[in-house]
Design a protein around this ligand. Structure first.
Ligand code: ADP
Length: 724
């Protein structure tokens, strides 16, 4: 079948275009895997950074506490010596000289420190920093408050940094109270050069970028590991100051303006703050570095994964593209010249596609050949639009291949029946519609149209079948004409037989007329009559005689013409002869709305005048039809029965049956119960059957109708086929 080009074959459908490509899918998978991975790695790195940071925090904290321990231990030593000297016997005896001697003895155990003895008013009585005979200035005012506190609490107190009035260098001091008779009497001061604490800081061996400082209760530097000499006695930076006397970790800005993370440790002994600071950069650098490395690593891994996914996608896309090509080839039933993709499953599938395409092509060719070979026109229509047409349709309508597709089916129907035929076709399923089809040249021909729904290329369409009825209609007309002819012949034959019967009946009286006239003439010759009259009588009788003879001759000739002796018999197949006659009879019966049942099986050969025997059958069938004219049930059965030496044909009807009045003279000429009937048919039938050595009779029908039967002898096989 020729097919219209399918636009959907070349372009992917809307539905197919909506999906994601393989590369998109793989990239999506990579992203789905890589992003959480990246987040996980970042989380781990972040956590590691935190731990690093915690480790740093712990380290500075530890260093601060360590320093605090060292400073407090050092001060403890000074406190112990001060308390020891407070119990000096020289003080008991109020002898400063003796006290000085005791103090000097304790000096070697106090590096960077010296002893000062002052009375309750702050007058210096002894100062081991200088020789004994020098004049000593009073205790500086900043030391007086701790001294008072020492008397009040009866505990040693620490004096914040100040410039020693004698040594003229920054010092701190430990003041121990001395009571005489329960009253404050003296204060023993151990003055310490703050360089002792600077050395203590330096001994800590801080890592590079670290800074340590000891700050007194007023927030002034006692010692600083960096630029000690410059900053000693000076207040701490404003960035650190607010955190003084608080323990913990703080963000601070140094005096140099640099950012530090500082761990504070506060001494319960002195109220001093010990600070160990690490530069923020140094502190956070490793964390930042690790984070940057991890992030870069993660990004690199993601980028690499996407590149790998794209590469894989390309590798996967090629076999899948081959599959797509294969599927297209299968759809178009094309041979698939494929290069193996290397993916086993896909190569198997491609091979299967190729085989399927070949099989499909072969099957479709077979189907097309079949469709084209049929004489019927086969159409596949989308609504009323023709999508495909077979060769039969092109032949029938005189169209060129390819000229029919996209046309409307209605164009091939006669205008006067078009709308009705299309409506009936659209609503019917399998119904056959007799209509008038139209050729491409505009000529119209009778046709039969039927249709049904089909699924074609996945769409709901209709198949329409068009059958050219021209030949059938012509054959029908021929058959009708033949039937008419046979009926006429049958009537003519009946008339002939009637004429023969009449001739037979009339011949005798005519013969008698002739003999009577002969007698008259003889009498006239014998008796003397008037010669003139006699002559006239003779002439008239001669004329009558001549006319009677002439009539007899005419009747004889007529009889001869219609006589039964002029037959030509041939050996015929009984079934064929009867079937031919039945076809004509059945057509007539159908016309009268009678149901016909013909049971005509093979029954041997008969030697007959075919036309005469067929005339008998037509007669019997016509009588049956006429007998059922007023019957409610109209059924006619023609049955051929084979007996050993004869065949018997039975014609039964469901009419009123044979009337009593007719039963005795049924086969006699001129016996009829019909107003228009001549009563010749059955007598002629008997004559023909008996002339063929057969027999004709009636039987009562089962349902009250009549059964007319006749038998004919069967001829043996050897004679069969020879005309006699
Ligand atoms: P016609 O048909 O002209 O009357 P036929 O010789 O064919 O002459 O029939 C003679 C008569 O026999 C008919 O008038 C009818 O009364 C009777 N007859 C013939 N066939 C049947 C039949 N099948 N059933 C009942 N009566 C019949």
């Amino acid at each position: 079948m020729a097919s219209a080009p399918d636009a959907t074959m070349t372009k992917p459908s809307e539905r197919a275009r909506r999906g994601l490509s393989i590369s998109q899918r793989l990239s999506l998978i990579v992203l789905v895997v890589a992003v959480p991975m990246l987040m996980l790695v970042t989380g781990i790195v972040w956590r590691l950074g935190e731990r690093e940071r915690d480790a740093h925090s712990d380290a500075v904290n530890y260093a601060a506490r360590n320093l605090l321990g060292a400073v407090d231990a050092q001060l403890g030593k000074y406190v112990a010596v001060a308390q020891l000297l407070a119990m000096s016997s020289g003080l008991e005896r109020r002898n400063p000289g003796e006290f000085r001697a005791d103090a000097l003895r304790a000096m070697p155990g106090l590096p960077g420190a010296w002893v000062v003895l002052a009375d309750v008013d702050g007058r210096q009585l002894v100062n081991t920093y200088v020789s004994g005979d020098e004049t000593l200035p009073p205790i500086p005012p900043e030391a007086l408050a701790p001294q008072r506190r020492a008397f009040e609490t009866r505990q040693a107190q620490v004096v914040d940094v100040s410039i020693g009035p004698v040594a003229k260098i920054p010092v701190i001091a430990v003041a121990a109270p001395v009571f005489r008779n329960g009253s404050p009497a003296y204060s023993v001061f151990i003055a310490v050069d703050v360089a002792v604490f600077r050395d203590l800081l330096n001994a800590q061996r801080m890592p590079p970028g670290w800074l340590a400082a000891i700050v007194d209760g007023d927030g002034r530097f006692i010692a600083r590991s960096l630029d000690h000499d410059r900053w000693v006695g000076k207040p701490v930076s404003p960035g650190w100051r607010p955190t003084m006397k608080q323990e913990g970790l703080f963000d601070t800005v140094s005096l140099e303006g640099e950012r530090y993370i500082t761990a504070n440790a506060v001494s319960p002994l002195t109220g001093w703050t010990l600070g160990v600071a690490a530069k923020k950069d140094v502190f956070e650098e490793p964390v930042r570095l690790t984070l940057i490395i991890a992030a870069l690593f993660g990004l690199a891994v993601t980028a690499l994964s996407i590149i790998l996914a794209a590469h894989l996608a390309r590798r996967i896309t090629r076999p899948i593209a081959a599959m797509e090509t294969g599927a297209r080839a299968l759809r178009h039933r094309r041979q698939l010249d494929y290069v193996p993709t290397g993916v086993r499953e896909i190569d198997h599938a491609l091979e299967a596609f190729d085989i399927a395409a070949k099989d499909l092509r072969a099957s479709e060719e077979r189907y097309e050949r079949l469709a084209d070979a049929t004489r019927e026109g086969v159409l596949i229509c989308d609504g009323e639009r023709i999508v495909e047409a077979n060769a039969g349709f092109l032949r029938m309508t005189g169209c060129e291949p390819g000229a029919v597709e996209h046309k409307c089916l209605g164009e091939f129907l006669a205008a006067e029946v078009r709308t009705e035929a299309l409506q009936r076709l659209a609503s019917s399923e399998g119904e056959t519609i007799e209509t008038l089809a139209r050729r491409s040249d505009g000529t119209v021909f009778p046709a039969e149209l039927s249709g049904g729904a089909v699924t074609y290329n996945g769409r709901h369409m209709r198949v329409a079948l068009l059958r050219d009825l021209t030949t059938e209609k012509r054959a029908e007309e021929d058959r009708r004409a033949l039937q008419h002819e046979l009926m006429r012949a049958s009537r003519l034959s009946e008339i002939g037989r009637m004429a023969a019967a009449l001739a037979h009946e009339l011949n005798q009286p005519l013969t008698a007329v002739v003999s009577y006239i002969g007698g008259c003439r003889r009498l006239l010759r014998a008796e003397p009559v008037d010669a003139g009259v006699a002559q006239r009588l003779r002439d008239v009788m001669d004329l009558a005689n001549a006319q009677a003879l002439r009539a007899g001759e005419v009747i004889r000739r007529t009889r001869e013409f219609f006589g039964t002796g002029q037959t030509r018999r041939t050996v015929e197949d009984a079934a064929t002869v009867i079937r031919e006659a039945s076809t004509l009879a059945i057509a007539a019966a159908k016309h009268n709305g009678i149901a016909i049942r013909a049971d005509i099986g093979a029954a041997g050969h008969i030697l007959v005048d075919k036309v005469q025997i067929q005339q008998v059958i037509v007669n019997l069938v016509r009588n049956g039809i006429e007998a059922m004219e007023d019957s409610p049930r109209k059924e006619l059965a023609i049955t051929l029965v084979a007996r050993p030496d004869t065949i018997v044909l039975r014609v039964s009807d469901t009419g009123a049956g044979i009337s009593e009045e007719m039963s005795g003279r049924l086969f006699k000429p001129f016996s009829s119960t019909k107003s228009q009937g001549m009563g010749i048919g059955l007598s002629v039938c008997r004559e023909i059957v008996e002339a063929h050595e057969g027999r004709i009779w009636t039987e009562p029908g089962e349902g009250g109708g009549a059964v007319f039967c006749f038998s004919l002898p069967v001829v043996n096989e050897e004679t069969a086929g020879h005309g006699l």
